[in-house]
Design a protein. Structure first.
Length: 311
């Protein structure tokens, strides 16, 4: 085995990931696994997992599922039931949740949580539990059970803050999600405080041109939308859309979601032609990436049809 060659390829893949070239990174990690580690299943799983994570970041969810399902098959064949298997189950559940297959996602989250709780021996394991609780909350959020989602986010936030600190990227993700569910529960002051805190910290620690900062800009626009300040919401969404499109590309799910949000703000300002064009582009991307039956696609089409003079 050419260790120097492997080291060079891994470094190259890591650079691609660092530069948000997630699809290239996914292909690189998959190539490393298949070329060098067919006989060493532990290493094979390691690099295949990195490939799946980057396929997910690229918005290629079917490819990510294929990767994570293969890893689960290997884990079962080898009789592995360790922390790494729980990681994979969690990743797989996350993708199924995105694809709106919530029953399957819930089952996988439960399996992952059981494994994590059986390995309560380190701070890392506690952080993993916080991650699963956050993901379960996302699922409950999607199902419309906002009270349960809020409780789960609070549990996850407490654990993450204790073991990772209040400025860690995972802690900020959970606080961001909690802010959004506060909004859905009508707790608008708490929502605004949480979301503003996350935006300020992401700008400070991650910079403006980062996917997480773009998400926060999107969420602050939601607050302005609630306050009927549509021009300010539009300003934040345009910045977010520019960041997202530059990082992920024009045909990514995140780009489409931001585009649809911007269309909604423009529609509220009676700029119907511009809103219609944005909606149509967003819907086309969502149909290709998530499918016509996905809730995100369905809701965006509903908003599109509500535009004045659109039947």
């Amino acid at each position: 085995m050419n260790n120097q060659k492997i080291e060079q390829l891994v470094k190259f893949a890591q650079e691609q990931e660092k530069n948000f070239a997630y699809l290239d990174a996914a292909k690189s990690y998959k190539n490393i696994a298949q070329t060098f580690f067919q006989e060493d299943k532990i290493q094979y799983i390691l690099y295949l997992n990195l490939s799946g994570i980057n396929y997910k970041k690229s918005g290629l969810y079917d490819e990510a599922i294929e990767i994570f399902e293969e890893i689960e098959q290997i884990n079962q064949k080898l009789g592995l039931n360790d922390i790494n298997r729980a990681h994979n189950l969690n990743n797989l559940a996350l993708i199924y949740n995105i694809k709106n297959q919530t029953v399957k996602a819930n089952s996988l989250y439960d399996q992952a949580l059981i494994i994590y709780k059986n390995h309560l021996s380190s701070d890392e394991t506690d952080n993993n539990i916080a991650n699963v609780l956050n993901n379960l909350a996302v699922l409950k959020d999607k199902e419309g059970d906002y009270i349960q989602a809020e409780n789960l986010y609070i549990q996850a936030l407490d654990i993450s803050t204790q073991f990772l600190g209040e400025n860690h990227v995972d802690t900020l993700t959970t606080l961001n999600n909690l802010g959004l569910v506060y909004f859905k529960n009508g707790k608008f002051i708490e929502a605004e405080q949480a979301l503003n805190t996350v935006l300020q910290k992401r700008q400070k620690f991650l910079g403006l041109n980062h996917p997480d900062t773009s998400v926060s800009l999107n969420n602050i626009a939601l607050i302005y939308y609630k306050n009927h300040q549509y021009d300010k919401a539009e300003k934040f969404l345009k910045i977010s859309l520019n960041i997202t499109a530059n990082i992920f590309g024009a045909n990514h799910v995140e780009t489409a979601v931001t585009m649809a949000n911007l269309a909604k703000m423009i529609d509220k300002q009676n700029k119907y032609t511009q809103a219609k064009e944005l909606y149509e582009e967003a819907i086309d991307i969502l149909k290709k990436t998530l499918g016509e039956e996905h809730y995100e696609t369905i809701e965006t089409i509903k908003d599109y049809k509500n535009i004045a003079n659109i039947n």
